[in-house]
Every structure is written in structure tokens, then in C-alpha cells.
Design a protein around this ligand. Structure first.
Ligand code: PLP
Length: 413
């Protein structure tokens, strides 16, 4: 059975062009780029070239401002812990309630270490409360970390505006953004609209490079202590022999993404919009999480009232369709995602949310298959749901009232 891969916010297929660019450094050019002999010049030059390419494609940043890491989680941890370690006076941090765990969990850890951390809430569409953001800035704020786009819903935060407001309030506040879901999908201009951003994280495997390579942009003059000590690599900012092939792959992947962005964006948007339109038309009591907010064009997160995401994913998988749910199955208990909870998605839908995320490789025929298969899966699961039984026989206003509750009642209505 062919795979229909619609989980590109989780990871992406490695592009053949990226594999091709990496191959020399996995075979003949295996030398340690720090070695002194002539043969090592090739890998060292390849890293320098990759750094220049990435810096240029992010809006003519300076090449030394690009730090290679192993993944976006490392970039985020470096940005947050590194900033705190380099600045001892201020102890207030601002982030959001819907960050990826690689920021959210660091925020919670900082609370345990005695820092004051504000997690700015979002509304039902996943939009950040801007008034609350401005109100929260303080004279002792050290760091702001606001993601560019949410991995679950695709909702885009106005990082340009928030970073400008932050710097106008106090230029000493460090502004970090986790741009893991946007690099390669949205243009990023670190000398223009992103000129107030000091730190920016991203990861190769979200843009058709392999897993195991990421980067952190560190604006010149930003104080950020190294996370890994023990080597001179990356100008002493990250110890460890450089992952030459993957660094080359990351640069090639970003190059491809930027070459394709003008053609990919309208095509992917049209595919996503058609999928959304058809599912909303064909399935009663289906809502789009973040549907009214500015969103990434490749992401569709649907809330299917009265059923469980895991059941949906299992049945989709039987048709070869790969998607994702809003629940993380942790140690046997199904916890709804903190993102959907922050959006106050009702209890009837918080477990039944499914994310489809498209890519350059998504075809119209694949979207047709999902449109055909998904409504039947939802209908078959609902036939087993006591809540659905209650809702479908109830007059619509009563069913709607039931779907507006955020906490589960004792028994079906
Ligand atoms: N930040 C965001 C917004 C993400 O979507 C992800 C991955 O899902 C990460 C960080 C972590 O990326 P990595 O797997 O490269 O550590």
C-alpha cells in the first residue's frame, strides 16, 4: 500500500537533492574539518559555504551569527539557558502557553529554579493576547521567547511586531523565536522585518534535510553562554566535531525551499483549503482549530467532536495515511495537548483533534484519497460513541451547548 504522508510538521522526507549534496562528506571527504592537513580543507570549506548560504537566505545575516546544533530542541535550550547563564541581574522571562515542549518545559524548569516566568495565554483561535503581552513586559524582563508558528495548529504569531514592541520598551531585553515550523515556509528577513529578533531556532528535518541537524541564529552582540563546553568548534560556542554532511544538507535544503517557495505556497494552500472545505462540508460537528487565525498554509488541524484521535489515526494508518493527533500518549495516560487545552477546545473535541500537514511532495490525488476516506472513518467511530448518540438525537442547540463545555460531564447528556 502506498504511503500518503501528511505529517510534515513532525518530520519530512529527505530531498534527493539534499542526499546528493551530502554524499561526498559521508564518503570520500570524511576528514575532521579541524585537522591541519590539506585533505581537511574540503570539509572545512563546505561548512563555511553552508554557513554563508544559510545566513544569506535568512535575510543577509552575518555568517558567524549562524551556530550549528543537533536539532531545534538544542537550539531552544541553548537560547534560553544560554541567555540566563550570561545575564545574572534580571530574573523575569516571558513566553507563551502554547510553545513546543523544547521551550515550554524549559520555562517550567526555570520556574522551579526560582525565575519568574509568564506564559501568555491564547484565545480560542490560538491567537496570542497582545494586550497581555505588552502588559507583562517589566523593567526586570530578561528574555522573551515567542514561537513564530505553532506546530500543532499552524497559527502564526506576529513576531515582527512583538519583537519591535519589546525593543521599543527596552532594547536590553533579549528576543528569541522558535521558527522551526516557518524556516523554509515563510520568508525570514533578519536584517528587515526580523531585525529586532536576537535569537532564532530551527531544525533541518522540518524542511527536507535529515534529522540531527539544527541551527541557532545569534545576533552579533547578544550574550549567550555556550551549552556544550569542551572544544573550540563553532568559535567556542558549541563543542563537538561538526556534523559536516548534515550541515551541508541543511544549507542545500534551505536553498531548495527558498527556490520553490513561490510555486509551493499557492499550490499547498490550495490543497490544504480544498481538504478543509471538503471535510467541513462532509462531516457534521467538525471544527478547524485555529481556522480563523493567520495560519501556515500547509497545516490543517480538525477537531472531530465525540471521538478519539488515536482511533482516527489508527484507521487512517490502515489506509496508509500518516497524520498526527493533538494528544501525546504519555506513560499510558492520554493527555490532551497543552496547546488545544490553552485554546479551550471543548472536551468533546480535545481528544478528537487530528493534524494534517502537507509538503512540497503532497499530490492532489493524495488529498482526494483523504477526502474520500476520512468522513467514513469519523462516521464509523462515532457509531461507537455514547456522546455522539446523545448529540445526534438531540436538537441542534442542545448538541451545540454540549460541545461548548471544556470539562467532561459526569455522564453523557
Ligand atoms: N520547535 C517546534 C515548533 C517544533 O515543531 C519542533 C519539532 O516538532 C521542535 C521545536 C523540536 O525540533 P527537533 O526535533 O529538531 O528538536
Amino acid at each position: 500500500m502506498p504511503i500518503i504522508y501528511l505529517d510534515n510538521n513532525a518530520t519530512t522526507a529527505v530531498a534527493p537533492e539534499v542526499v546528493e549534496a551530502m554524499m561526498p562528506y559521508l564518503t570520500g571527504e570524511y576528514f575532521n574539518p579541524s585537522s591541519m592537513y590539506e585533505a581537511a580543507r574540503g570539509p572545512a570549506d563546505a561548512i563555511a559555504q553552508a554557513r554563508r548560504t544559510i545566513a544569506r537566505l535568512l535575510g543577509n545575516a552575518r555568517p558567524p551569527e549562524i551556530l550549528f546544533t543537533s536539532c531545534a530542541s538544542e537550539s531552544n535550550n541553548t537560547a534560553l539557558f544560554g541567555t540566563i547563564a550570561a545575564n545574572s541581574e534580571r530574573r523575569h522571562i516571558i513566553t507563551t502557553a502554547v510553545e513546543h515542549p523544547a521551550v515550554y518545559e524549559v520555562g517550567k524548569d526555570l520556574v522551579r529554579r526560582g525565575f519568574e516566568v509568564d506564559f501568555i495565554p491564547v484565545d480560542a483561535q490560538g491567537r496570542l493576547d497582545k494586550t497581555e503581552f505588552v502588559r507583562t513586559l517589566r523593567p526586570d524582563t530578561l528574555l522573551v521567547s515567542v514561537m513564530h508558528a505553532n506546530n500543532e495548529t499552524g497559527v502564526i504569531f506576529p513576531v515582527e511586531e512583538l519583537s519591535r514592541i519589546t525593543k521599543e520598551t527596552d532594547p536590553a531585553i533579549v528576543f528569541h523565536t522558535d521558527a522551526t515550523q516557518t524556516v523554509g515556509k515563510l520568508p525570514i528577513d533578519l536584517r528587515g522585518s526580523f531585525k529586532n529578533v536576537d535569537l532564532l531556532s530551527f531544525s533541518g528535518h522540518k524542511l527536507h534535510a535529515p534529522k540531527g541537524i539544527g541551527a541557532l541564529y545569534i545576533r552579533r552582540g547578544t550574550r549567550c553562554r555556550p551549552f556544550l563546553l569542551g572544544g573550540h568548534q563553532e568559535e567556542g560556542r558549541r563543542a563537538g566535531t561538526e556534523n559536516v554532511a548534515f550541515i551541508v544538507g541543511l544549507a542545500r535544503a534551505l536553498e531548495l525551499a527558498m527556490e520553490r517557495i513561490d510555486a509551493d505556497t499557492p499550490r499547498i494552500t490550495a490543497q490544504r483549503d480544498r481538504l478543509q472545505h471538503e471535510l467541513v462540508e462532509r462531516i457534521p460537528y467538525l471544527e478547524v482549530n485555529g481556522g480563523e487565525a493567520p495560519r501556515l498554509d500547509n497545516t490543517l488541524n480538525v477537531a472531530c467532536h465525540f471521538i478519539e484521535g488515536e482511533g482516527i489515526l489508527y484507521q487512517l494508518s490502515e489506509h496508509g495515511i500518516c497524520a498526527s493527533s493533538g494528544s501525546a500518549c504519555t506513560s499510558g495516560s492520554l493527555e490532551p495537548s497543552h496547546v488545544l487545552r490553552s485554546m479551550r477546545v471543548p472536551f468533546t473535541a480535545v481528544h478528537g483533534s487530528v493534524r494534517f500537514s502537507l509538503s512540497h511532495y503532497t499530490t492532489d490525488a493524495e488529498i482526494d484519497t483523504v477526502i474520500e476516506v476520512f468522513p467514513e472513518i469519523v462516521a464509523s467511530l462515532r457509531r461507537l460513541s455514547p456522546y455522539w448518540d446523545a448529540a445526534k438525537n438531540a436538537p441542534r442547540p442542545e448538541a451545540v451547548a454540549m460541545m461548548e463545555q471544556t470539562e467532561m460531564p459526569q455522564s453523557p447528556a
